[in-house]
Design a protein around this ligand. Structure first.
Ligand SMILES: Nc1ncnc2c1ncn2[C@@H]1O[C@H](COP(=O)(O)OP(=O)(O)O)[C@@H](O)[C@H]1O
Ligand SMILES: [Mg+2]
Length: 264
């Protein structure tokens, strides 16, 4: 579905220094897969997602979706951002309908589809509120509904639940699982939480920093559907085992970057 080959990207900072954010990354995302990407801060996760979205150019390599090379943003991909990125002056309904409007979908259909999605994400009754009147969790529900409104094949999510409190995060995780179980989109979900990566993912891509590379891909053979009883998933032996393994690997990565202690 998504094929990434030899993807490299170097940023040039304002001081003229360079940061190699991605170094020859190869990655396949399968159709209808829920792929989670985990790695330390600054390892290139956002850069990877933005290149797939076609939002930023890269230096070398190739990204294909269903065989077609990515050359920019497209209707097949939607992105959900950590900071929601909603239009502050527009209502919930207008925000959700925004992408449809940009694509020339007529008003009646736009509203019908948007209202249905607002309902799906649990915001019925809030259609005419503005983002500033909503909690962080509710704003991210709007972000999710907006992304889904254009019926993308691929949903790209950049730490979408990183800015909400723990309880809201759990509710949103359950809801995202149940939406995915029903619609079976291809999801690439970035997180810095091991628990979240395992709870949601079919596979966890572990990235290492400087330069950003894929260190390992860890399969998550936990049963689905998982949305019904997230607590039971988290208590299972397999879940505990996989999260512990990821923690070991992340700790090793940090150790590799720590200056060695002087002997003696
Ligand atoms: N626009 C930019 N200009 C310069 N450096 C950047 C830019 N965007 C990202 N970087 C650098 O590239 C590296 C990877 O960044 P990013 O993809 O945001 O990492 P992550 O999302 O994993 O935290 C970091 O060192 C970051 O400082
Ligand atoms: Mg990031």
């Amino acid at each position: 579905m998504i094929e990434i080959r030899g993807l490299s990207k170097t940023f040039i900072g304002q001081d003229g220094g360079t940061v190699e954010a991605l170094h020859e990354v190869d990655l396949d995302v399968h159709r209808n897969e829920f792929l989670t990407v985990l790695g330390p801060s600054g390892c290139g996760k956002t850069t990877l997602l933005k290149t797939i979205a076609g939002l930023i150019p890269w230096d070398e390599g190739d990204i294909r979706i269903e065989g077609a090379p990515v050359r920019g943003p497209g209707p097949d991909r939607s992105m959900v951002f950590q900071n929601f990125a909603l239009l502050p002056w527009a209502t919930v309904l207008e925000n959700v309908a925004f992408g449809l409007r940009m694509r020339g979908v007529g008003r009646a259909e736009r509203e019908e589809r948007s209202r249905a999605l607002i309902d799906t994400v649990g915001l019925a009754g809030f259609e005419s509120k503005r983002p500033g009147e909503l909690s962080g969790g509710m704003q991210q529900r709007v972000g999710l509904a907006r992304a889904l409104a254009v019926r993308p094949q691929v949903l790209l999510m950049d730490e979408p639940f990183g800015a909400v409190d723990e309880q809201t995060r759990r509710l949103l995780q359950e809801e995202l699982l149940s939406i995915w179980e029903e619609h079976r989109l291809t999801v690439v979900f970035i997180t810095h939480s091991m628990e979240e990566a395992v709870l949601l993912g079919d596979r966890v891509v572990l990235m290492s920093a400087r330069p950003g590379q894929i260190a390992e891909i860890v399969p998550v053979p936990l049963e689905r559907p998982r949305s019904g009883d997230v607590g039971a998933v988290e208590r299972s032996g397999q879940y505990v085992e996989i999260t512990a393994y990821l923690w070991d690997r992340l700790r090793d990565m940090h150790a590799e970057h720590r200056p060695a202690k002087a002997a003696g």
